[in-house]
Design a protein around this ligand. Structure first.
Ligand code: NAD
Length: 394
């Protein structure tokens, strides 16, 4: 099949197997090109929940290639069927496993809803069967909804709290800057967003692993958050998703405080183009400006650079700010970066977008998420879309 991008708003409904392979391969090459970590006691067996895209995928790659960790990834993806392509996460995972296995690194994958009892049980059985216990758990889910144990559905939303909020945003496809008004969330929408994106499910995973004796004493677990500058606060930190992230931080303290010796951390990461971040109003324009500024200053990072730096400099041992958070957003939040971003924010419009913002870079990163626009891939060539993942269950 000849596979082309089919972008609808902030979703691409197709994915290119070879493009995704190249994407994963180049992330692996990046980690391999870095000096080997000389850190004692890095984890050996890592469970990555939400392992097929964005920060979760990069965490899996960085764990496998910077300290040789065996990884089990939990993903929620679809295989291609000859007529339709699979999801990008499917192809990413297929690529990761193929390369890891060739390099002699253990990697297995469970495919299904990470919120469900069934997938938790399957994952724990695999851990018990293959390695006994994991010593690190990376929780990197970004989900639009969660189905509870009796079939009830919670839907997360990206809204403000209290008052509606109007600011600029960009339609990346048409490169149009326009004003968007985000309505305030209802109490139920806030509660649902916390249910989906807060720490409840993270803690459930840890509790179950502990109960099954499938996690080592003193294991480490980490989840990801975002804070960002004031222009994004009404949408993010002070919005529904911010409430969920507060809950994540509270949960980290609860997990750490419980018997079992597990140390839980929240890392505040850089704003990057991923499937989830592109759905947040206002944020794509902020990211486009941020990328321009950080690229000009030579300090731009993608998911893999962030996750490598997390393991190389920030987690073993944990480097925490006064609120107990790991700050991988340190370069993004630098005063010189933020003051330039704000200056541009106040002047950017349709006429000067190309000059002041890296909208092209944003679109390119977005397409790359689905394996498009990658150097060396022949997009005119027929490609098999129904390939499998070597060690998959589900
Ligand atoms: P992403 O959309 O790239 O990846 C999310 C992953 O979760 C995917 O692999 C997806 O398949 C998986 N997933 C979703 N629902 C699932 C389910 N029910 N079961 C199993 N897997 C499921 O998102 P991301 O941007 O990498 O976000 C990961 C975390 O990082 C989130 O907590 C997010 O808030 C945080 N974060 C993101 C940014 C950013 O700018 N992208 C910045 C800071 C923090």
């Amino acid at each position: 099949m000849i596979v082309t991008p089919k972008i609808r708003g902030f979703i691409c409904t197709t994915a290119h197997p070879e493009g995704c392979y190249e994407n994963v391969r180049s992330q692996i090459e990046y980690v391999k090109s870095q000096p080997k970590l000389k850190i004692p006691d890095t984890p050996e067996k890592v469970l990555v929940i939400g392992a097929s895209m964005g920060y979760g995928l990069a965490s899996r790659i960085a764990a496998a290639y910077s300290f040789n960790a065996a990884t089990i990834g939990v993903i929620f993806d679809k295989k291609g069927d000859g007529k339709r392509t699979g999801t990008a996460g499917w192809y990413n995972t297929a690529a990761f496993e193929k390369i890891a296995h060739t390099d002699g690194i253990y990697a297995k994958t469970i495919n299904g809803d990470a919120f469900s009892d069934k997938i938790k049980e399957k994952t724990i059985s695999l851990i018990k069967k293959d390695s006994g216990k994991v010593d690190a758990v990376i929780y990197s889910l970004a989900a639009p909804r969660r189905t509870g144990s009796i079939g009830e559905v919670y839907t997360s939303c990206l809204k403000t709290i209290g008052e509606e909020y109007t600011n600029k945003t960009v339609d990346i496809n048409s490169r149009t800057v326009y004003n968007v008004t985000i309505p305030p969330a209802t109490d139920e929408e806030i509660a649902h967003t916390v249910k989906v994106m807060g720490g409840e499910d993270w803690k459930e995973w840890i509790d179950r692993l502990l109960k099954a004796d499938a996690i080592t004493e003193n294991a480490v677990t980490i989840a990801y958050s975002y804070i960002g500058p004031e222009i994004t606060h009404p949408m993010y930190t002070n919005g529904t998703i911010g409430q969920a992230k507060n809950h994540l931080v509270k949960t980290a303290k609860e997990i750490t405080g419980e018997p079992g010796g597990i140390k839980a951390f929240v890392s505040v990461n850089k704003a990057l183009v991923t499937q989830s971040s592109s759905a947040i109003p206002v944020v794509p324009l902020y990211i486009s400006i941020l990328f321009k500024v950080m690229k000009e200053k030579g300090i731009h990072e993608g998911c893999i650079e962030q996750m490598h730096r997390l393991f190389a400099e920030k987690l073993f041992p944990p480097v925490l700010d006064e609120s107990g958070l790991i700050r991988l957003d340190d370069l993004e939040m630098r005063q010189d970066v933020q003051s330039r971003v704000l200056e541009i924010w106040n002047t950017v419009n349709n006429d000067n977008l190309e000059e002041y913002a890296d909208a092209a870079g944003y679109l390119n990163d977005f397409e790359e998420l689905f394996g498009f626009g990658i150097k060396g891939v022949d997009y005119g060539k027929d490609t098999a879309v129904d390939g499998g993942i070597e060690s998959i269950d589900g």
